[in-house]
Design a protein around this ligand. Structure first.
Ligand code: ADP
Length: 318
């Protein structure tokens, strides 16, 4: 569906951002590009809708080279979601979503129906939100609108460049869940850039791990975890706290003393049903979080004691 053949990009200062990429993204596939900062993910993504020109090789969509498409036709048929979505502040949410359908000259009633349908699809009641201005929405809600706006004109392909990385961990998990639902229902070909391996493992049909402008491995989440081609992939997929966290239970980490004082230290509250892996992800960014069960705070978990717990386990070799 989207085919890269020997694609390279050399910027004018001589930087080779991507080097001889050869791969194919399949119809309806959720394809994640991941790798360390500067490895060429964004360059790869932006070449697909010609926001960045190739230096060498060809990219084709449905068998036709992207250079042969009319640029407007190409862009309108590829939804694009950025890290910091740029909703137009003076326009309502409905008007923001309507931009591409209007350019495509859809009928007014069809556009209206589409706006309502899309807002409802991501849990934003259209009666409430269609006429609001972006500033009246939270960051997470604005990002939801950014996602559905990219879907508005029913494009065949969606490109997403770290769409959730500016969100707090809880909104991020919610939007990932939304996206999983959308993915099941819509079956769009999606190319998604992230540096977060947990996000990649959760969302992807296939993951492409890049390093220094080259592809290191392409595979399903399972294949990367069980059959990494080298130490780089192994480290990338299993690194950070690593797989040793798989058998940790919430109770092992939970402090239950002084529950009444928890609220002051913990800016983040998560339900007790949250998987431990997700809790650890949140702790990369927050020192401490509180755990809630049936509406009550039952304890807290902090980064320091998690590290102590994991290192004690490592020392014992379990
Ligand atoms: P990633 O998205 O993986 O962080 P990028 O695709 O943004 O990586 O960048 C790949 C490489 O190209 C990096 O070394 C980056 O510094 C370089 N680069 C990106 N944009 C430009 C540019 N406009 N001019 C020169 N070098 C660039």
């Amino acid at each position: 569906m989207i085919k890269f053949e020997n694609v390279s990009k050399r910027y004018s200062d001589g930087t080779i951002a991507v080097d001889s990429l050869d791969f194919e993204i399949r119809q309806g596939e959720f394809f994640v590009l991941i790798g360390p900062s500067g490895c060429g993910k964004t360059t790869t993504l932006k070449m697909i809708n010609r926001l960045i020109a190739l230096s060498d090789g060809t990219i084709s969509i449905n068998g036709k080279k992207i250079s042969e498409y009319d640029i407007h036709e190409l862009r309108w048929n590829i939804g694009y979601v950025l890290q910091q979505i740029a909703l137009f502040p003076h326009m309502t949410i409905g008007e923001n979503i309507a931009i591409v359908p209007e350019m495509k000259k859809w009928r007014r009633e069809k556009i209206q129906k589409r706006i309502y349908e899309l807002l409802d699809m991501v849990g934003l009641d259209h009666e409430i939100y269609a006429n609001r201005k972006p500033i009246e929405l939270s960051g997470g809600q604005q990002q939801r609108v950014g996602v559905v706006r990219a879907l508005a004109a029913d494009p065949e392909i969606i490109l997403m460049d770290e769409p959730f990385s500016a969100l707090d961990p809880i909104s991020r998990v919610k939007l990932q869940d939304d996206l999983l639902d959308l993915k099941k229902n819509l079956k769009k070909t999606t190319v998604f850039v992230t540096h977060d391996i947990q996000e990649a493992l959760k969302l992807a049909d296939r993951i492409c791990i890049m390093n220094e402008g080259k592809i290191v491995q392409i595979g399903t989440p399972d294949e990367l975890v069980t059959d990494p081609v080298n130490d780089f992939v192994k480290e990338f997929v299993g690194g950070k706290y690593g797989k040793r966290t798989n058998d940790i239970k919430l109770e092992d980490l939970l402090h239950t003393a002084n529950v009444a004082e928890i609220g002051e230290e913990s800016s983040v509250i998560v339900p007790s049903s949250t998987p431990v892996q997700e809790i650890l992800e949140i702790l990369y960014e927050h020192e401490q979080l509180a755990i809630e069960e049936n509406g009550n705070l039952i304890g807290y978990i902090d980064r320091r004691s998690v590290m102590q717990y994991v290192s004690a386990k490592l020392q014992k070799g379990v």
